[in-house]
Design a protein around this ligand. Structure first.
Ligand SMILES: [Zn+2]
Length: 147
């Protein structure tokens, strides 16, 4: 496997989309190529950090990530203020690691039991879209499971 292919496969692995038949060739390449192995280890460290960090909490070396999340919260709160008299609501839902097949594949050693079930997030979103939540506007709702 060439380094270019390994880099592409590392990206695929980040999204849990590395085909099974490429797993072994990638591992072989990581065994002999220090540059790609360094990138792979950085990816694993990032995954671990993201999985253990609630989205709005500060964490060393994650300024861009924290800023992007804070910007999203600010944007949605602004939208909420703009639409408050229109019967429309805007809220932010902040899940921690979602228990998906892709996340299980990319973080095989994590404790899946602490992750958020997609169904839990779906139920929250359905509720936020219901008339029962008509008065909830501009809320920032963490849904962290047991993380
Ligand atoms: Zn390489």
């Amino acid at each position: 496997m060439k380094c270019e292919n390994a880099q592409q496969n590392i990206i695929l692995a980040q999204y849990g989309e590395l085909p099974d038949e490429l797993q072994f060739p990638l591992e072989q390449h990581l065994g002999i190529c220090e540059d790609c192995r360094r990138e792979w280890n950085a990816y694993l460290a990032l995954n671990e950090e993201l999985a253990s960090t609630p989205m709005l909490e500060p964490s060393p070396n994650f300024a861009a990530y924290a800023i992007s999340k804070a910007a999203l919260v600010a944007l949605v709160k602004n939208v909420a203020a703009e639409v408050k008299d229109s019967g429309i609501t805007a809220n932010v839902v902040l899940p921690s690691t979602i228990d998906t097949p892709a996340n299980r594949k990319s973080m095989p050693n994590a404790d899946f039991a602490t992750w958020v079930a997609p169904e839990s997030i779906a139920k929250l979103l359905v509720w936020l879209c219901s008339n029962d939540a008509a008065d909830v506007n501009g809320a920032v709702i963490p849904i962290y499971g047991r993380a």
